[in-house]
Design a protein around this ligand. Structure first.
Ligand SMILES: Nc1ncnc2c1ncn2[C@@H]1O[C@H](COP(=O)(O)OP(=O)(O)O)[C@@H](O)[C@H]1O
Ligand SMILES: [Mg+2]
Length: 513
């Protein structure tokens, strides 16, 4: 429950949600403006049309009544009004005489009623007295509400005097009279209002549906493109904070978040390298200290063992005794001597390692150092049917190094390669001279190194070979020497395909510790 609440709280403050809300609000605002503008334009357009139609209808009625009025044929006039008035959409037709009396009407009951000059249909012209002669068409219209509650458009159309009227035999009007009466038509706006309201409803419903649809799409895109990648990045940061440097942020997009995720992964990779380098260096440093004291302590008793063993064998040889026993004693002593020698070798290596003393540092062609090292192992390579392939750039390849130490590095790498190819193979040595560094690659076609032991090969005393013959110090020395020269060593290997060591050495001398 609290977890759910926390998630909801997190969601409400997330960038994705904020972006989503802002976009939806802007979208809704744009839709409201567009719908309002469209409905307004549409309504105005309809009103204009209705007005035009109303004027036309009113003029047609006036023309239809013209001859009946001219002949003063009241019956035919009333019947024209009745028949036109029965058309759909025409709610009322009246003709007022000059005195404001309804002379003809669709509604017979209102005939002879007198209209007040303040009634809306009269007030249009009789706002000022004497009444205005010319009134603009829009002022001749008015909007009314029918008893049923719908809107009506009222239009007054003055009936002008004309020579045909005042010269007619009935002599009903004199020449001075300008207006003879008023035609008042009421048109129903019911169907138009219904259409406007239906259109408005339709537009609102479509707009809401469109907003919801785009909101859904936008929400989906935001979750996919923003929310999820950010969540993954946050998880990555938390994992790295917990020192889980193997964690990789899985964001594959090529946008800014993808670039950020890639940079993050690069950063963790670098952090991991730096961390393992630090751990390794620390281990080396402590090992250096221990080995220094161990070597010192062990060296003395070892030389004692060696000299006593030699002495005993000489005594036994000189003084003679049971030949059988002498033989066994001699064998034992030989063993003591060999083992002591081996211990001596280890101690020598330990001392070398702990002291980190360099021989003479001098400038030398790297190609010369490589050639010298190859010469040292050539014999054992031949025995094992191992051939060297060289791609060495001998131009501008001067390195300022402890030449002996660097030769030892190559010899160690070559011996390891030879040992990894008991049935023969190739050792490819290549160099590439860069601006400040030289890149050296030593590649073999040997047995390769399994992935699980690859991170351990530079550890001191780590060996997969016969522990009696191998010390497991070779690569540890190689690593230390290269690091102390300000260089770098990396290993790439595939089981049954081979191993590749890539060394980078600075071309200019760096301060050696
Ligand atoms: N070229 C190589 N091919 C296969 N394995 C190798 C190679 N170089 C080093 N190794 C592995 O790394 C281990 C450590 O090497 P190293 O430090 O030289 O010690 P050692 O040679 O005494 O075993 C070896 O025992 C071997 O398993
Ligand atoms: Mg070795």
């Amino acid at each position: 429950m609290t977890k759910g609440l926390d998630r909801l709280k997190g969601l409400s403050t997330s960038v994705g949600t904020k972006l989503f809300i802002i976009l939806i609000l802007l979208l809704a605002f744009a839709f409201v403006v567009i719908v309002y503008y469209n409905i307004n334009t549409y309504t105005n357009h309809l009103h204009q049309n209705v007005l035009k139609n109303a004027v036309q209808v009113s003029n047609i009625i006036k023309s239809a009544c013209y001859y009946s009025m001219l002949k003063n044929d009241r019956e035919s006039l009333q019947s024209i009004i009745m028949s036109v008035g029965s058309q759909e959409g025409i709610d009322g037709i009246r003709i007022y005489n000059r005195e404001g009396i309804i002379s003809f009407s669709k509604d017979k009951g209102e005939i002879h009623h007198v209209a007040d000059k303040r009634a809306e249909q009269c007030y249009v012209c009789h706002r000022e007295e004497p009444a205005k002669g010319l009134v603009p068409t829009k002022d001749l219209t008015r909007i009314l509400t029918s008893p049923e509650g719908y809107r009506q458009l009222g239009l007054v159309n003055p009936i002008e005097n004309s020579p045909e009227c005042y010269n007619a035999p009935c002599h009903a009007h004199s020449k001075e009279q300008k207006k003879l009466g008023l035609l008042d038509v009421k048109l129903s706006l019911k169907s138009i209002d219904e259409e406007i309201s239906a259109t408005r409803k339709r537009m609102v419903v479509y707009s809401v549906a469109l907003i919801l649809f785009t909101a859904l799409l936008k929400g989906g895109f935001i979750v996919l493109l923003v929310h999820k990648p950010i969540k993954k990045l946050i998880k990555g940061v938390k994992e790295v904070a917990k020192l889980n440097l193997d964690y990789k942020v899985d964001v594959k997009s090529n946008d800014e978040l993808g670039i950020l995720a890639n940079s993050f992964n690069e950063m963790t990779k670098e952090l991991k390298n730096a961390q393992s380098h630090l751990v390794f260096s620390e281990r080396m440093a402590s090992l250096g200290k221990i080995s220094a004291s161990v070597a010192h302590e062990i060296n003395n008793p070892l030389s004692g063992i060696l000299s006593y063993a030699k002495l005993t064998s000489r005594i036994l040889e000189e003084n003679g005794a049971d030949p059988e026993k002498i033989k066994i004693a001699l064998e034992n002593l030989k063993f003591i001597s060999e083992e002591s020698k081996r211990c001596g070798e280890i101690v020598k290596n330990l001392l070398l390692f702990s002291k980190k003393t360099f021989g003479t540092i001098k400038g030398e062609h790297l190609s010369t150092l490589i050639e010298n090292s190859i010469r040292l192992v050539e014999h054992s390579a031949k025995l094992q049917k191992v051939k060297f392939v060289k791609e060495i750039d001998g131009e501008n390849d001067i390195v300022v190094v402890d030449t002996g130490a660097i030769e030892q590095v190559f010899v160690d790498l070559f011996i390891n390669a030879i040992e990894a190819m008991p049935n023969g193979g190739l050792i490819k040595v290549s160099t590439k001279n860069g601006k400040d560094d030289i890149m050296i690659t030593v590649e073999d076609t040997g047995c390769g190194i399994p992935e699980d032991i690859l991170p351990r090969i530079f550890e001191p005393f780590f060996t997969t070979k016969d522990a009696k013959k191998s010390t497991g110090l070779g690569l540890c020395m190689v690593y230390t020497i290269i690091e102390d020269h300000g260089g770098k060593i990396e290993v790439f290997s595939k089981v049954n395909e081979g191993t590749k060591f890539v060394i980078t050495l600075p071309r200019l001398s760096k301060k050696l510790s």
